[in-house]
Design a protein around this ligand. Sequence first.
Ligand SMILES: C[S@@+](CC[C@H](N)C(=O)[O-])C[C@H]1O[C@@H](n2cnc3c(N)ncnc32)[C@H](O)[C@@H]1O
Length: 263
Amino acid sequence: MWDPTAYLRYGDERSRPFHDLLARVDADHPRRVVDLGCGPGTLTAVLAARWPDSRVVGLDSSPEMIARATALDVPVSFQVADVRDWRPDPDNDVVLSNAVLQWVPGHRDLLVRWATELPAGAWLAVQVPGNFDAPSHRALREVAGHPPWRAALTPLLREAPVADPADYAESLVAVGCTVDAWETTYVHLLAAGPDSAHPVLTWLEGTALRPVRAALDAAGWSAFRAALAVRLSEAYPVRHGQVYFPFRRIFLVARTGSAQENS
Ligand SMILES: C[S@@+](CC[C@H](N)C(=O)[O-])C[C@H]1O[C@@H](n2cnc3c(N)ncnc32)[C@H](O)[C@@H]1O
């Protein structure tokens, strides 16, 4: 289950890649704009503000996230839906998905399908985290591999669920898109208080640790969390009241149809 409140912690850090992605989408008057995996809707509202004359739709498979989004009272139609079932409409000129597709196995095939079904000249913009080999995720896998947790958690641990930017680019160029792909490592400076949990642990609780928490009972979760906190404190030591948390992200902006059609 997604917890909108936990996810919205570190909102500034989490929203920055969305803005960097959106800056590369050069659509003037898109008819329909869809945010796939819109979460709590705060960033979908940014799309509605950028294109006030467009029909803006936000989809998410989490009822908790859609409930939070609907409460925003912004000109967006929010719906509970799974991105795997979504099909583009003929007037879908912009599709954006920020920090979602890492949860969707086989999403490279989905991207190709969307690119072939979208109208010519549409924009498909995607950002996924590329940090699955980072110390934070290595620590998570190591602790989860220990005997008290191994049986419950091994089936949940995913090896690199995302591709490199060039691989995404190649898939979409192959179906006639013009592609802009890149990666960025942000260094987030997270405040660490003497009485609060390690900030990387708090960060992970909003995302990668959700399935772990759901798989353990209260005592198991408490012990797992304490063991992971020790590893994270070693990997990301507190310096001058904060930790330096490098976070790699992968970006892809594709425009459907040939470059000639779009010029
Ligand atoms: C890390 S949050 C990102 C939310 C939002 N895009 C943002 O940038 O703030 C990931 C979201 O993806 C949604 N999600 C994961 N798998 C999904 C799926 N198969 N279909 C629809 N939404 C999905 C989750 O419910 C969650 O709200």
